[in-house]
Ligand binder design. Sequence first.
Ligand code: ZN
Length: 421
Amino acid sequence: MRAVEERRDELIALTQDLIRLPTLNPPGDNYLEICEYLAARLKKRGFATELIRAFGAMGDSDKYPRWNMVARIEGAHTGQCVHFNSHTDVVEVGRNWTFDPFGGVLSDGKIYGRGACDMKGGLAASIIAVEAFLEICPDFAGAIEISGTADEESGGLGGVAYLAVQGYFSPQRVQHVIIPEPLNKDRICLGHRGVWWGEIETFGEIAHGSMPFLGDCAVRHMGAVLEEFEATLFPALAQKRTDMPVVPEGAKQSTMNINAIHGGAGEPAPDYTGLASACVPDSCRMVIDRRFLMEEDIAEVKDEISAVLETVKAKRPNFRYELREVHSVIPTMTDRDSPIVASVASAIRDVLGVEPQYVVSPGTYDQKHIARIGRLKNCIAYGPGILDLAHKPDEYVGVEDMLDSAKVMGHALVGLLAGDD
Ligand SMILES: [Zn+2]
């Protein structure tokens, strides 16, 4: 705890430096710069560092290369490897900021900026925790890895997923993973719900808008789908409850969002000042985002949507549709008695003097790739910051929260790697 406390100024400076590198995604700016910054720092502390570009991954291009950094330090004895994984990308700034989103301003014990809590503060806290641990336990057993990875905010294919395919996250190489996402310093996040994104398209027939009876309106067909969703699907989803400790409470059930509907004439070009033409829409598309539970099967989730569409088809003449899958992620949850959970839980008790809360995230994060591709189950999210501030204006991370969580992470490292010899 002393070793972390002594690094307070360094922790602030590191967080500010990271925020001042605007790693906006999309498009994926400054990925190489932030990786080089991290590698230079960790090299000085004795880490072997690698910069890895996710060649050919979705989103990777010569203009916007997807760079990742992995650093590793070996202990004096053989043992297990603890890996801290943070994403380096941040989402767009948006409006209504009162602070410079890339200024890293320190005010009243908080550091402001896009990515401050999600998750450059967590990245900085984990680096300080590891550096403090190395000072206290230079002859530890095992190994420690720190990675900074791309594209978490856009699915992680050019980041953790790519590294997992390359073997960086595998049970042979890594035994414990902590992802310092902003979940509050007394909470351990065991995993997340699943995702099924689909696109429904209904078809009609184009005709003159003054004689709609000569055509067939795809938007009205989609209206019938929406009505069926309201009448049967949404009430059914509200009945499906989970034993996963999902927060907030509203996400303890199956949910579905309608992300978008597009039908009929497209938006006119910005320089066009006339009226649109009068046509019956011959196509309407709807994107749905269904979040599902450990207790549900992904095949059932798809079948449920198909069943709604078939019901509408049976009732409605000329109803034609297509259902396409856009994206899917299965739910994942680490056991409460797994070693990483037990170590961080006892560190929270020792450092903060409170009982840890065990939670599950409503949305997904990079744990999905570590679990599915890496087949590494011993993984949690634990880090400083308030999740509600993520992606919002005047995002910040509290300095005390970062210090506290760094102490917890350092303490957990002592439990996992200090050993007796
Ligand atoms: Zn994040």
